[in-house]
Every structure is written in C-alpha cells, then in structure tokens.
Write a protein that binds this ligand. Sequence first.
Ligand SMILES: *Cc1c(COP(=O)(O)O)cnc(C)c1O
Length: 230
Amino acid sequence: MSIANNLETLRLETEAVGVQLVAVSKTKSNSDIMEAYEAGQRIFGENHVQELVEKAELLPKDIQWHMIGHLQTNKVKYITPFISLIASVDSLKLLKEINKHAQKAKRTIDCLLQVYIAEEETKFGFDHAELVELLRDDEFLELKNIRICGLMGIASNTDKEKVIKAEFYELKMLFDGIKASFYRKEEYFNILSMGMSSDYKLAIEEGSTMVRIGSTIFGKRVIKHFKNND
Ligand SMILES: *Cc1c(COP(=O)(O)O)cnc(C)c1O
C-alpha cells in the first residue's frame, strides 16, 4: 500500500467521524512527507527538536507541525516561532519557558497537557493530582502566551485490550472533569489526543478527538536518522 492509500483508508476511520489525524513523520524522509502532503495531509507530528526544525525549514509553509515528544526547556526557543501545537507539555517549568519564548515571538502557543495513564514507569506526564494543582497554580494562571487546548495521553504498550481501553476511559473522564471545572466556557479546550497505530480504534471508541499515527501511514520505522538526545 502507498502512503496515499494508507491515508485514504485512515481518513475514513478518523476525519470522516470528526477525529483529527496527525501524521507522525519522525525518522521519515522529506519525500515520504511530501507524498502525504500531496495526498492532502497538512498536520504532521515529530518528537525531536532538531529533526523537526530541519524539516520545517525545507517543507511547505502551510504544514502544521505538532511537537509530540518530550521537550527539554533549553530546546523550546527553536520551535516557538512556527510550532502549531505542543502536545507533550509535562511540567510548569516547561510551560513557563514556552510562554517566555511565545511572548518573544509575539504568539500565543497552543499546548496539550500530557497525562500519565500507562502502567510503565518511564512515561512522562502529570498524574491527576498534579494536573489539578497546576491548573490552580498562580504562576500558571499568569501565563498569557500559552493556551491549553486539551489533554494528551499514551496508553500502555500491551496487547491487552482491556487495559488499554481502561486507560483511555480514565483519560476521557479526566478530560471531561477538567473541562467542566476549569474550561467550561473556553471552546478551544476541546482536544483529547489519544491513540496511535496500534490502538487508535479503541481510542476513538473511548472519545479521542485527535489520533497520532505513524507506522500505519508511513510503514515501520526501521532506521533512525537522527540522534536520540533531543
Ligand atoms: C511515535 C509516536 C506516535 C506514533 O506511533 P505509531 O505507532 O507509529 O503510530 C504517536 N505518539 C507519540 C507520542 C509518538 O512518539
């Protein structure tokens, strides 16, 4: 199957039912990305700053780039001039840094707060209590150049559907609760980013509004072209 064919099939399962499709292009070549672009795809996700910046410089300017990986505070300044969404915000420190550079770039930057839902100990993100604490924090409330548009989560890397479903359910409940308590009148708080190639169907059943899909579009990631330290 070609990239264009893969996208066409996926759109029926996502955009056709009102779910945004982020094409995760990490490690993939610019020509692969252009193939998806020619097929109409405009939202692409990357997880390393250097790779993201290099691609954004060379590829069409109407691409909306999403940062979906762990972001170090010292790298924030490289992406703030152009990034469309930072989907992986996991600390107040990072939010303050994004706000500072957004101000310099005279922008308001859309962000998702990453929530820790998986069993694994290694995943980044807030737990429920930390999330509520953040949303009540005076320092957080002062940040005027960021806009919190929703939540993001990564389910456990398991083939136990029940476990994955329960994690997505939990995140959806949390999203509804946060929306009702903190963003009732803010229409922009409407993104629940959950689901990747292996679990996007479950995620959509559980209320996802944005899926991040790589290998189902571009094929397996075999070679890593970029250093893994950013
Ligand atoms: C790589 C990645 C994806 C996409 O993974 P696939 O299994 O290739 O669909 C989604 N979300 C995040 C945060 C990723 O790092």
